[in-house]
Design a protein. Sequence first.
Length: 296
Amino acid sequence: MNMDPKKVDKFMVGLIYLFSGTIILILAGLLLFILWRGLPQFSWEFLTAPAKSFQVGGGIGVQLFNSFYLLILTMLISTPLALGAAIYLSEYAPQNWFTDIIRTAIEVLSSLPSVVVGLFGFLIFVIQYDFGFSILSGALSLTIFNLPLLTRTIEDSLRAIPSSQREAGLALGLSRWETVTLIILPAALPGILTGMILAAGRIFGEAAALIYTAGQSAPALDFTNWNPQSITSPLNIFRPAETLAVHIWKINSEGVKPDGAQVSAGASAVLVLAVLIFNLTARSLGRRLQKKATSA
C-alpha cells in the first residue's frame, strides 16, 4: 500500500509536535504545582530566619546561605581544573590510547549516580582525610560530580571554534598558548559561561552527594563573626552545612516538624526558582555574548 509522502510527512511532524507538547505540559504542570504550593509560604522571615526542628515556623536562611556557599566553593575548585583539562584535550592532546582512556574516564564519571559520588566522598574526605561532615567535604565531592560534565562542556565550546582562527593566530607569529588564550578562549567564552551556569544549577539542586559529606545539620551561624576558624562563622569550611535540597529531604523523611509540609513546599519553590533562574540566565547570557562576539 503506497501512501502519499506529503501525508506521511504531515503525520510524522504532527506526532513530533504532540510528543513535544506532552513533555512541555508535564514539565509546566510540575513547575506550576510546586510554585502553587510553595509561593504562599514566601516571606522575608521564611527566606532569612533559621530553621526550627520541633516547632511551627522557622525559615531556610542558613540552608540557603549554605547552598550558595557550597556552590561558590565548588565552582572555584572545579572550574580551573575543568578548563585546564578541556584545553589539553581540545588543543594539545594527540589522538592515542592515553587520550581515549581520559575521555572514557570522563564519560564514566559523568554517568555515575550522585549517591555513589557521595559515598565515595564519605569514605575518602569524611573518613580517610578526616575532614568530617563539612563544607569542604561536600565541595570536593561536588567537584568530582561536576568535573566531567563541565570539562566536556568547555571542550565542546573550544572545539566549536573554527580551525581557521587557530591557523590565523599561528600565521601572525603567536605561539600555540598565546593563540589559545588570546583567540580561542575569548571566542569560546559564551559557550564556556553558559556551561558554567548550567553546571551551577545542577550543583545547587544536588542532595544525595551532600547527605554523606556536608551533613544533615545546620548549626546556628553568627553573620557578624568572620573568623573562618570559628564554628559559628559562616566562612568556616570545616563546619557541617545542611543545604536547601538536603533540608527538603530531611523534613520529608523525618516528619518531626508540625508544619513540615508547608516548609518543604516553600523550600522546594525556592529551589526550583533558583535552578530556573540559573538556566534562563545561562541562555540569556549566552545569546548576548554570542551576539556581541559575532557583531564585533
